[in-house]
Unconditional design. Structure first.
Length: 106
């Protein structure tokens, strides 16, 4: 597993990345950074953890609007979950892990 240094909302993170997955990871990081920056720049929310939760929900909603893509990126959904659903708990856990290094957990 390769380690990749990325920046989200001005904060650097070292993320594990499977071989060959760097471009997908960097695309996901760009999406998260763009969404979090837009929320922060909107001026209504300043706390990093709130920005992260809102960004996760916005991105999850966007994925839910594209059921075929959503089912491809949410492999950890339960066997009883409807096809095309997004595992929000899994997304929050992944964000929590990424933000864990700066001590501001969700």
């Amino acid at each position: 597993m390769k380690q990749v240094e990325v920046t989200i909302l001005g904060q650097s993170y070292i993320l594990g990345c499977p071989d060959g997955g760097e471009s997908s990871l960097l695309e996901a990081v760009a999406d998260v950074d763009r969404e979090m920056s837009a929320i922060r720049d909107g001026g209504k929310v300043k706390a990093r953890e709130r920005i992260a939760v809102l960004a996760a929900l916005n991105l999850a909603f966007e994925l839910a609007q594209r059921p075929v893509l959503a089912s491809a990126v949410a492999p950890s959904r339960g066997a009883d979950a409807p096809h095309g659903t997004v595992d929000l708990d899994g997304l929050v856990r992944r964000i929590d892990m990424a933000l864990g290094a700066d001590g501001q957990l969700l």
